[in-house]
Design a protein around this ligand. Sequence first.
Ligand SMILES: C[S@@+](CC[C@H](N)C(=O)[O-])C[C@H]1O[C@@H](n2cnc3c(N)ncnc32)[C@H](O)[C@@H]1O
Length: 491
Amino acid sequence: MQLTFPELTNTPSASTLADPAAYRGLYAFHKYWGKKPAEPMRYLIQHLCPEGGLVVDPFLGSGISALEAVQLQRRFVGMDINPAAVRLTRMLVSPPPARAVDKALTQVSVLVKDAILESYTTAKQRAATHYVWRNGVIQIVWRTNGESRNRLELPPDEHDIALAESFASYQPKLLRAPRFFTNSRINSCASLTLKDLFTGRALRNIELLLAAIDGLPPAIQESLRLSLTAAVGQMSKMVFAITGRGRTTGVSSERMEVGSWVIGYWRPEQHFEVNVWGCFERRVQKLIKAIAESESVHFDSTSGTLSQVSGGDADHAILNGDCLALLPQLPDNSVDLVITDPPHGDRIPYLELSELWNVILGEEPPFEAEIVVSNAKERSKKSPGYNLAMLNFLEITSRKLRESGCLVLFFNARNEANWRFLNSFSASAKTSGMAYCGCFPLVYSAASVVQDNRDGALRTDFGLVFSRSATVGRSLADIPGWMFNLPTPKE
Ligand SMILES: C[S@@+](CC[C@H](N)C(=O)[O-])C[C@H]1O[C@@H](n2cnc3c(N)ncnc32)[C@H](O)[C@@H]1O
């Protein structure tokens, strides 16, 4: 059977998949792990789900599929085990007005900005913007010189050292203790504490911000709390100093530049301590700008429960939990498109890496239910359990899809075990009544970290399409690089 849907207006061309834009606006607000490009989500939702149809993403992540689906006026159900992902996605699909976030920032500023800046004052009364620490000792203090925004780099004086010491014994009062596991791949160990990752001053200032946010009207708190999660890595001791080259140009330079928190809990011997107010304010301003830009794209989407969305009485439901427990609650034969990017084996331990965000949000995620392969022995998350969970996901999905329904799975096949997994996954799809239709290479924008850092990234991430009907529409074959075969290691 041929998949036929009414002609769509405003359809993006398939070539956009081969040349995706860098993340902008709301998509650039938060550094969620393993973000996927928006272009394939948009194209496939438009082509594989009719307007008003039901799209499901059981492994939401940063919520790109959710925003694309609601903007395209499809009903949408999204799920994720990670509370940080779910809360971020809920805000993306229903952002507060930019004006309200701006006002809230002013309110927080009135309450705590002075107290925070005071903790960074220098002898010249100007707040330091950054400190460079090496092996627990402040080496350099950065501040502006007042008249211009040019920075001064000074050796610390007694005042700077005494000020830092006055916060050294600060113990967090609002933040819960983080739950870490011993995982050498991300440099974490079970005994790691917040004090290992932040200076006492940073923790005290983060808690001042949290307390101020807690006092705001509930409707506006969330945007600022999420801004704090988005900025918290940059407030930590994990911000390394870039020396000997320009950050963006790569051209050799004597100037030291501020790096950023990378994947994992690496604490470099030489690190920055960045002014917490500066980090927070910049992030909230970024959000305000992104919301203001998105306010021109009108979409009206009502949130509801899973059954309201599947029954057509609400537009979207963003649910926190294990998709293997939530998916069965959807009626059989009700979903037009499942489009999703599941965890790829051991590539990214999402919950372990999101722990700081969940600490800020006051959430305690259920690590046991995460589908992942982790190096942390105490978690017992190994390949056989992962494969079983993914096959279970496939089996449930095939029952939920309509006759004409499709599953699009974004997958990385970087290591040999994953190639084997793809073969067994597509064989199981057949037994679950789904045909493998083909795949296309996933292209990241030129500015993407994934593309920058990982050899062969362009050749090893794929979008795999499965369908309950035998053939696919022309729209898929138009995608640059489309192949009808399963990818093989040499592709
Ligand atoms: C590859 S990420 C999704 C990234 C997303 N496509 C994006 O662009 O941001 C996979 C997601 O699966 C989630 N996950 C892991 N186990 C899960 C489970 N049992 N149920 C639901 N979500 C789960 C993780 O928290 C993670 O956010």
